[in-house]
Design a protein around this ligand. Structure first.
Ligand SMILES: Cc1cc2nc3c(=O)[nH]c(=O)nc-3n(C[C@H](O)[C@H](O)[C@H](O)COP(=O)(O)O)c2cc1C
Length: 183
């Protein structure tokens, strides 16, 4: 029973932080699973029947996780519920220690409550800010929101990364154990 299982790592992203997290998870699974890393677009055709395990990841923008990901889940929840699966969300509120679990991170808690898919394992990771990349409106909005939350407001910093890579590594191990090794 040593055949290597096929895993789908499916994500949506704006500034590629969710992709960076998926790439880390893929690297952690190297040699253990055969992973396809795919960006979900509104017109993507995904054949879930090819996979024994699936991990979905997406980020928050102005209070909501990706509509494209939500639609994919709503359309495929029955099939998703038949395979081992995981979900992780990315947002900057999760940089706070009391808001970094799926139960304590309100965006994630609400999202998981709204969908009919019940992932085997869930997580939430702190993302990153790329102020110089944002347009004027987004830069000022995010700066204001960060100022309200006593966070980083230096818009000249190219990247302000809050992602805890040890937490991502640990999640990758747990995802492997719970979805790829258990019956
Ligand atoms: C326009 C914009 C709106 C955002 N809105 C929120 C928000 O409402 N709550 C939050 O915690 N993080 C928010 N973020 C932070 C993102 O979730 C964070 O930057 C994440 O790393 C983005 O991941 P991505 O590059 O994969 O899209 C926002 C970021 C941007 C640029």
């Amino acid at each position: 029973m040593n055949s290597i299982i096929k895993v789908l790592l499916l994500y949506t992203t704006h500034e590629k932080q969710t992709l960076k997290i998926m790439q880390r998870i893929k690297a952690q699974l190297e040699g253990k699973c055969d992973c396809d890393l795919i960006e979900l677009k509104s017109d993507s055709k995904i054949d879930l029947s090819q996979y024994q395990a699936v991990l979905l990841g997406c980020s928050i923008r102005y209070g909501f996780y990706s509509k494209v990901m939500k639609k994919f889940i709503d359309e495929n929840y029955q099939q998703l519920n038949k395979i081992k699966s995981g979900f992780f969300g990315v947002n900057v509120v999760a940089r706070k220690p009391n808001k970094n679990t799926p139960e304590t991170n309100l965006y994630t808690k609400k999202f998981l409550a709204k969908i009919a898919w019940k992932p085997t394992i869930t997580a939430v990771f702190a993302g990153a800010l790329y102020y110089p990349k944002y347009n004027w409106f987004d830069r000022n909005m995010i700066r204001f929101i960060m100022w309200l939350g006593k966070g980083d407001t230096d818009v000249t910093k190219e990247i302000i990364e809050y992602t805890n890579w040890d937490q991502v590594n640990e999640f990758a191990q747990q995802f492997y154990i719970k979805t790829c090794t258990l019956p």
